[in-house]
Design a protein around this ligand. Sequence first.
Ligand SMILES: Cc1cc2nc3c(=O)[nH]c(=O)nc-3n(C[C@H](O)[C@H](O)[C@H](O)COP(=O)(O)OP(=O)(O)OC[C@H]3O[C@@H](n4cnc5c(N)ncnc54)[C@H](O)[C@@H]3O)c2cc1C
Length: 416
Amino acid sequence: MNTTRRALLAAGASLALARPALAQAAPKVVVIGGGFGGATAARALHRGGLDVTLVEVNPTYVACPFSNEVIAGLQPMAAQRFGYEGLARAGIRVVHAAATGIDAGARRVTLADGTTFPYDRLVLSPGIDLRFDAIPGYDEAAAARMPHAWKAGEQTLLLARQIEAMPEGGTVVLAVPGNPYRCPPGPYERASLIAHVLKTRKPRAKLILLDAKDTFSKQRLFQSAWATLYPEQIEYVPLAEGGQVSAVEPDAMIVRTDFAEYKADVACIIPPQRAGRIAIVAGVADRSGWCPIDPVTFESRLVPGLHVIGDAAIAGAMPKSAFSANAQAKVCAAAVIDLLAGRAPETPKLINTCYSLVAPGYGISIAGVYHPAGGVLADVEGAGGISPVDAPRSLREQEALYAADWYRTITRQVFG
Ligand SMILES: Cc1cc2nc3c(=O)[nH]c(=O)nc-3n(C[C@H](O)[C@H](O)[C@H](O)COP(=O)(O)OP(=O)(O)OC[C@H]3O[C@@H](n4cnc5c(N)ncnc54)[C@H](O)[C@@H]3O)c2cc1C
């Protein structure tokens, strides 16, 4: 990260020195998507002296990290919302519109109203789209009864209201997709915090966690915490025991697997996902639905001149997280600045840390360090790690505080 930062500062300094020559024609970069990846990239590119346009469809960003806490009534929804005034104040041109077309040959982005923006380099950070074709019975209309809440906003509030209104003794069914998907530990944090609500307010109610895989992030930490905190609340059904959802019936509130049928009072269905639609339109997604990239520059392997960061990218061992998107944005911006200045980008190292809250004042984390190896971002052996399984409660309390500090710091850094 330090080398990247040095590269960015060095690139910014040399662009600043070259300013008289560039003054009339600073290279143009368009960034699509103003989430954790795109907004960070826009800031770094702007600091590097480039002419940056950030295209973001929504006037307000609603952050997913800590949205599980909103569902459990531990965090107000207001704390999830961020405007773009901070980016505009920093001097970035922010355009609120949907990008609908990309002409990679002409190097031009088209917006929904027909406006076009030329670019020298394009950075895409569109996040995810939910695959409403993946589970029979689960479409956008079904999500109004069986929320996914995997894009924060109305869906988060709907799920919170449903849990609140659920009768004592009721059943919550939470369905988790196979890899890859946004925020690997997120469903298990959600299960934990819903279980906390049940334990404290509806002690005879239970949560059935249907998983389309057999192993998951921070598994030992989650499961040992569940055994202590929520033995009566959480029933975990992995793939091997029939955890994969095969169909849903939203009117009857039924969730089916190949082996069983579950009647739910509340059903949270997190479906499989793919890169945001504009990545598909741009031709940077492969048949997996995700976007392969060069691990040094984040340039698309499929379309030159386009860079993909954040959840939409196939980033090797690096998980889809806000922390990752933020780190990738800085590396990508440094590479774009170097490439536009005719310099070879430095080889980066990237860090990710994911905190999860298992209960109020009970946090756990996983950290990793990644570097380009074999054409992908691979784990740096021996770096990173997870919270100790047998840690005292005081460490869990500290990690919960670190999690809250991380959220405050990153949202401030990204949105101002
Ligand atoms: C419940 C939950 C909990 C999570 N907790 C954590 C956590 O604790 N820590 C962590 O690091 N991560 C967490 N995450 C993951 C994190 O939210 C994502 O990894 C992160 O948001 C990815 O950033 P991104 O920039 O790729 O996409 P996003 O943040 O989704 O941003 C994409 C943006 O692009 C815009 N957009 C898309 N298409 C277009 C278009 N065509 N035109 C214009 N704008 C467009 C969208 O409106 C959106 O604002 C969590 C996720 C969930 C669901």
